[in-house]
Design a protein around this ligand. Structure first.
Ligand SMILES: [Zn+2]
Length: 266
């Protein structure tokens, strides 16, 4: 049986929101073999450009999507789901923001569940329930779980406010359920697409650019020592959102498309 991975992305989850929300699993997951890195997204720190960079491992200047409207690529780079599909790995995604359908060209995702977060008050929890049932039944090789309520609350009520931190806490309830249920079976990656400040994001400010990144592999593969862990003084290299796809491909034992610009973290 090949190696399997789950990527959980919490939209607009700031690095410093993890301590501020007070969820105990933020610390507990480190005792289960996870490494917590200090990572950065790409400019513009906006949802679709950052997701396209994450899944295609190239900066926005290369893939061409600079806003939340998808731009067809002039010189297409293969995305992680496309590469997985080509190598006959099964893929599934669970998401609540419809623009994310463009992380892969049609025909590359074996299962996808979209639930509009504006119409479903508890979309994060519902998508987590659905993802866990699907994982249990089908054991797909790769799962992308997108939780969108944090960003929505940031825009509506302000980043780092009480309501925002509550949605981060709920997202960590979801993360804890997935992490506990799939331990020993799936490699796990937890991150965000960008941060936020006041009621927006998109700038080069650290509040917008700094993102958390947790890597937990079944085999406890060592993360490269040159990379800055969360809480370490600056000076070491920070991981990039573009490094996530190469890392997942590496731990799953599949080759990296030549155009990818990120590097594996393990
Ligand atoms: Zn946003």
């Amino acid at each position: 049986m090949g190696k399997k991975s789950i990527l959980i992305l919490v939209d607009g989850m700031r690095r410093d929101a993890l301590e501020a929300c007070g969820h105990p699993f933020v610390q507990e997951i480190l005792k289960t073999g996870a490494v917590r890195l200090a990572a950065r997204c790409v400019m513009p720190s906006v949802t679709l450009p950052c997701h396209i960079s994450l899944f295609h491992s190239v900066p926005p200047q290369r893939h061409g999507t600079l806003t939340n409207d998808y731009t067809q690529q002039v010189r297409p780079v293969r995305s992680l789901p496309e590469q997985l599909h080509l190598l006959e790995k099964s893929t599934a995604m669970f998401y609540s923001w419809e623009q994310l359908r463009d992380i892969a060209l049609p025909g590359n995702m074996d299962y996808s569940l979209f639930m509009n977060l504006h119409r479903h008050e508890h979309s994060d929890v519902c998508l987590t329930d659905a993802a866990l049932s699907y994982i249990d039944a089908e054991k797909p090789d790769f799962v992308f779980l997108y939780l969108g309520q944090t960003d929505e609350t940031g825009h509506g009520k302000g980043w780092m406010g009480e309501e925002y931190l509550q949605t981060v806490y709920t997202a960590w309830d979801c993360i804890e359920r997935v992490a506990r249920k799939t331990q020993g079976e799936y490699d796990l990656f937890i991150t965000a697409d960008h941060g936020g400040h006041e009621r927006c994001h998109g700038t080069e400010m650290p509040e917008d650019m700094n993102i958390p990144l947790f890597v937990r592999t079944v085999d406890s593969l060592p993360v490269k020592p040159r990379l800055q862990r969360e809480g370490e003084p600056e000076g070491k290299q920070q991981a990039s959102i573009m490094d996530i796809a190469p890392t997942i491909a590496t731990v799953m034992g599949i080759p990296l498309p030549r155009d990818w610009e990120g590097e594996s973290l393990v």
